[in-house]
Design a protein. Structure first.
Length: 446
């Protein structure tokens, strides 16, 4: 495998020469580059477009290159000298694709985001056909490999149209136009307007454009690739097939199901199976994470308490606490910390000595005896952890008025820790999410 460093921006298209010895690339840096295929070396750079180069093609028999750009221009180049031979004007928006007709090589087709496609005669260097009918941008097209007068186009709304260049197919109410070859002066006559001979309005998802079209070399199959991640293959109707124009690709899903030409039950069953599989995957994920299963009507509560259906001790809700921020605390059977060397368990240690020893042992230091509480605007000692005893003779200042639960510090100092107010464990994230879903704040995507 060989990597060719071609452009600094995205490469939008490339094409090989007729003898496969060279290839050319079109890039968003507004340049075209010709490379030697065997050596993988750049030979020349074609400059002249004023904006991104979106499409490029090499003539099947002649030394001629065509390119289309975001500057609305179509340019023809000489690959030997790198000189621009001529510029074709006609489109009013970004050129999406340019391609030579492969059988005779007399014509050139271009499409753009102005909802039209044009056919240029290379012998006169002018447009001879204007293809109309698309209601959205034409994103791509392809020439038929056998019939040089058949051109198929794909739109950004998922439609596929087939044009016969020798049949205008003028709809009722439209003014028919004359081909330039039939006018007195073919070089100055207006281009003939061609309408599609066949339409497939629902070929792909209307929300996504058709990015690619190509015919089988024999010409009996055409493949289409769209933004809906689906590749479809198209062919002519079989003899005696009378429902070909009443399928869902021509009249839509709803109309085809109403007429009985398409059964959508398979699609609905497939969606139902996907939803059931999604539910099973979610339950398996809860088991893997050791999370509680879903219980209808169960609100966020303290983990470890019986569920509501048991009828014993309903869960206690903690208002104002968001379970997705703070992890639940566990106070059941706390593991005592390892003893510190240098401290006699029968004596009350000094707090400074205890802090130094805990730091050396890699343990977090004990909380300070005094701290700031900005909401109350004063100094007060925090609530000690369970099992902590104050040194003999240590006096704790009375708590400021209006702070509930601070009297428990005096009870702990006196050795009575039965009335100490302790913080309960917080609810789990899954239970909090269930409560929010019951309130209608979150819905699961389908």
């Amino acid at each position: 495998m060989q990597i060719v460093q071609a452009h600094g921006d995205a490469i939008r298209d490339l094409a090989f020469s007729p003898n496969d010895a060279k290839f050319i690339t079109a890039s968003d840096d507004a340049t075209l580059k010709i490379f030697d295929f065997a050596r993988g070396e750049e030979e020349s750079t074609l400059t002249g477009h004023g904006w991104d180069a979106k499409s490029v093609d090499w003539h099947p028999t002649k030394g001629l290159i065509v390119s289309g750009s975001k500057d609305h221009l179509v340019k023809l180049w000489d690959p030997r000298t790198g000189r621009c031979l001529t510029t074709l004007h006609g489109h009013k928006n970004t050129i999406t694709k340019t391609a030579f007709e492969k059988i005779k090589g007399y014509c050139l087709a271009t499409s753009a985001r102005d909802q039209t496609a044009r056919i240029f005669d290379l012998r006169m260097m002018r447009d001879i056909c204007l293809l109309k009918g698309h209601e959205k941008d034409i994103s791509t097209f392809t020439w038929h490999p056998i019939h040089s007068s058949l051109l198929s186009t794909g739109g950004s709304d998922g439609t596929i149209f087939h044009y016969l260049l020798d049949e205008p197919n003028t709809p009722p109410g439209a003014v028919p136009s004359l081909a330039p070859y039939d006018s007195q002066d073919p070089t100055s006559g207006t281009a003939q307007t061609i309408y599609p001979a066949h339409r497939v309005p629902f070929a792909h998802d209307p929300q996504g454009p058709i990015w690619s079209l190509d015919w089988h070399p024999v010409g009996h199959l055409m493949a289409s690739g769209s933004n809906d991640r689906i590749t479809r293959f198209w062919t002519r109707a079989r003899p005696g097939d009378s429902d070909v124009f009443n399928d869902r690709y021509h009249i839509g899903d709803a109309a085809a199901e109403a007429q009985g030409t398409w059964d959508n039950r398979a699609g609905r069953r497939h969606r139902q199976e996907e939803e059931e599989q999604e539910m099973e995957d979610e339950l398996e994920g809860l088991v893997d994470q050791k999370m509680p299963a879903r219980v209808p009507g169960f609100a966020a509560a303290i983990p470890g308490l019986p569920l509501p259906q048991s009828g014993v001790n309903p869960p206690v809700l903690i208002p104002g606490v968001q379970a997705s921020v703070v992890a639940p605390l566990q106070f059941n059977n706390p593991i005592p910390p390892p003893p510190l060397s240098g401290i006699n368990a029968s004596q009350t240690p000094d707090l400074a000595q205890l802090s130094d020893l805990m730091k050396k042992a890699g343990l977090p230091p004990p909380p300070p005896l005094g701290g700031q509480f900005p909401a109350m605007g004063g100094q007060f000692p925090p609530v000690p952890p369970p099992g902590f005893t104050f040194p003999p003779g240590f006096q704790i200042p009375p708590p400021p008025p209006g702070i509930p639960g601070m009297g428990a510090i005096n009870d702990m100092q006196d050795g009575n820790a039965s009335n100490v107010r302790r913080r309960g464990p917080l609810p789990s994230q899954e239970e909090s999410l269930q409560m929010e879903q019951r309130r209608g704040n979150y819905t699961r995507a389908r």
